[in-house]
Design a protein around this ligand. Structure first.
Ligand SMILES: *Cc1c(COP(=O)(O)O)cnc(C)c1O
Length: 458
C-alpha cells in the first residue's frame, strides 16, 4: 500500500489540526427529520429552542446546509491542550490475534474527563459564555459528560449543575468528586428538587434512574432559573458536529500515510462519537467519492438500532424535550443496569438514524460479557484500560479481524477508542469475579416501550 513505515502513533502537527467542524447533514440527500415541539407536534422554531438551548447552538442544530463551520479561536486553544489525539496502530493486538488485518484506533481518553465528550463540552460552554449566561444544567449517565462539562465550565467560569443518574451516582463516587473538584454541583436523579423528578419518584419508587429521567430534570432546572440554559452531551446534531473533530483528525492522519480504511467501527449510545468519527468518511460516501463499511456497535441490553423503531419519540422520560425522529426503544424504556452507562440511552442521533435507515451504515449488538472479554484482551496487549462503552467497538474490531484471519484478507479496520475505564472498576470487578450477566430484553419488554411512542405520522 505504501513504503513508509507506519509509526505506532500517528500524531498530526498542531498546524494540521482541523480549523473547522464538518457538518455531514450538508451532504445528505435525505436530511434528518426536524425536531418537533412536544406541546404542538409542529417543527421546533429557533425561538422555541432558544428557551432551552444557547442561541448559537440552536443555529448549529438547525443548519442542514453549511458543510464547514469555523471552530472559534478560544475553542481551538483549548483543544490544543489535549489534541490532536493519537491514531494508534494496534500492532500488539494484531500480533496477539495473529490476523492479517491492520487495526487502528483513535484514542480520545487522553484528558481528565477520560472521554471524547470534552470536544463538545468546551464548545457548548464557550457559546454559553458568549451569550452572557450564568450557567448551564445537564444530565450525566456514567459521569463522563458531567465531568467534561464541569471542566469546560470551570475554564470559562460558568456555573454547572449536573443531574447524575442515581445508579451511577452511587456506583461512581469518584467521578462525582471529580465534577465537584471542578466546581459543579451534582444531584442524584430522579431527585425531589424538580417537579418532574418528584413525579417519576412517585410512579417508580426506588428506581435507579435513567438518562431520560435526568434529562427531564435538567431541562426543568434550566428553564426555572434566570440566566441558565440546558446542554446535552450526545444525540443532538450540534454535538455530532463538534465531535467531527475526531473524524477529521483521523482522516488527516490516515491521508498523511496514504492509508484507506475498509471499515470504521464505533460504539453507539446517542451516536455522537460514532457520528463524529465517521462524518468525513460518510461525506465521501454520500458524495460518491469512496465507499467504506461503517459499523455501529450497541449493547444487546439497549438495542436502539438493531431492535428499535424508526419513529418520532420524546428524547426524555418526562416528555418535556422536543421529539426527534430516530431509532428508539421508547422514552419509557429503562434498560437493565448494564455497565456501559454511556450506552443506556433509549434513542439515537436523528442524523445517524436517517443514514442507517438509508442503508449507508450497519449496526450490530453485543453482549456485555463478550464486551468485557474484548476489553481485557485489549488492555493486556495495548496498555490502555478501555471504558466499557469503548470496548463495544473493540469487540466488533476483534471479531472483524478474526474474520480476516479466516479469509486471509488484509483489511484495514479503524475504530474509536472513546475513553478509559478507570472509574468503571466495579464493572471490571464483576467481570473478574464471574458475576456479570448478559441481560437481553424480551420482545414483550420492547413492545411495552413501543406502546408508549407518540402517535405521529412521520
Ligand atoms: C458517552 C460515551 C459514549 C457514548 O456516547 P455517544 O454519544 O454515543 O458517543 C461512548 N464512550 C464513552 C467513553 C462515553 O463516555
Amino acid at each position: 500500500m505504501n513504503n513508509k513505515e507506519i509509526p505506532y502513533k500517528i500524531y498530526l502537527e498542531e498546524k494540521e489540526m482541523p480549523a473547522s467542524w464538518y457538518n455531514v447533514r450538508a451532504d445528505m440527500k435525505n436530511k434528518p427529520a426536524p425536531l418537533l415541539n412536544p406541546a404542538t407536534f409542529q417543527p421546533m422554531t429557533a425561538g422555541d429552542l432558544e428557551a432551552v438551548f444557547c442561541a448559537e447552538l440552536v443555529r448549529q442544530e438547525l443548519d442542514d446546509s453549511t458543510p464547514y463551520i469555523d471552530i472559534p479561536r478560544e475553542i481551538l486553544d483549548f483543544y490544543k491542550m489535549y489534541r490532536p489525539s493519537p491514531l494508534v496502530r494496534a500492532y500488539c493486538l494484531e500480533k496477539k490475534l495473529d490476523t492479517p488485518a491492520k487495526i487502528y484506533y483513535k484514542f480520545e481518553g487522553n484528558n481528565t474527563s477520560g472521554s471524547h465528550k470534552l470536544n463538545s463540552a468546551i464548545a457548548q460552554a464557550y457559546y454559553a459564555k458568549q451569550q452572557g449566561l450564568k450557567g448551564v444544567t445537564t444530565e450525566t449517565g456514567a459521569g463522563q459528560w458531567g465531568t467534561a462539562l464541569s471542566m469546560a465550565c470551570s475554564y470559562f467560569d460558568l456555573d454547572c449543575r449536573v443531574f447524575m443518574v442515581k445508579v451511577s451516582y452511587e456506583q461512581k463516587p469518584f467521578r462525582r468528586e471529580v465534577m465537584r473538584t471542578y466546581g459543579a454541583s451534582v444531584t442524584p436523579s430522579p431527585s425531589d428538587t424538580t417537579r418532574v423528578g418528584r413525579q417519576i419518584l412517585a410512579e417508580h419508587p426506588g428506581t435507579s434512574g435513567s438518562l431520560g429521567c435526568a434529562i427531564s430534570e435538567a431541562v426543568e432546572a434550566a428553564t426555572a432559573a434566570e440566566g441558565y440554559r440546558y446542554v446535552l452531551g450526545s444525540v443532538l446534531n450540534q454535538v455530532m458536529l463538534h465531535q467531527s473533530v475526531i473524524g477529521l483528525e483521523t482522516k488527516a492522519a490516515l491521508d498523511k500515510y496514504g492509508i484507506v480504511p475498509d471499515m470504521i467501527i464505533g460504539c453507539a449510545g446517542g451516536g455522537s462519537n460514532l457520528g463524529g468519527l465517521i462524518s468525513p468518511f460518510m461525506g465521501e460516501k454520500l458524495r460518491g467519492e469512496r465507499d467504506y463499511r461503517i459499523i455501529a456497535v450497541e449493547p444487546a441490553s439497549c438495542p436502539s438500532f438493531t431492535r428499535g423503531r424508526f419513529a418520532y419519540d420524546y428524547c426524555d422520560t418526562g416528555r418535556v424535550c422536543p421529539l426527534s425522529k430516530m431509532y428508539t426503544l421508547g422514552s419509557g424504556f429503562i434498560p437493565s443496569a448494564n455497565h456501559a452507562g454511556g450506552l443506556r440511552y433509549h434513542g439515537m442521533s436523528s442524523t445517524l438514524s436517517q443514514l442507517y435507515d438509508d442503508g449507508l451504515m450497519e449496526a450490530r449488538s453485543v453482549e456485555q460479557t463478550a464486551v468485557f472479554a474484548a476489553a481485557e484482551q485489549f488492555a493486556r496487549v495495548e496498555g490502555i484500560l478501555p471504558a466499557p462503552e469503548s470496548a463495544h467497538a473493540i469487540r466488533a474490531a476483534i471479531d472483524e479481524a478474526m474474520k480476516c484471519k479466516e479469509t486471509g484478507e488484509e483489511k484495514t479496520i479503524v475504530f474509536g477508542l472513546t475513553g478509559t475505564g478507570y472509574f468503571d472498576m466495579v464493572a471490571y470487578e464483576k467481570y473478574n469475579n464471574g458475576e456479570m450477566s448478559d441481560y437481553i430484553p424480551t420482545d414483550a419488554e420492547l413492545e411495552a416501550g413501543f406502546a408508549g411512542l407518540p402517535k405521529i405520522k412521520a
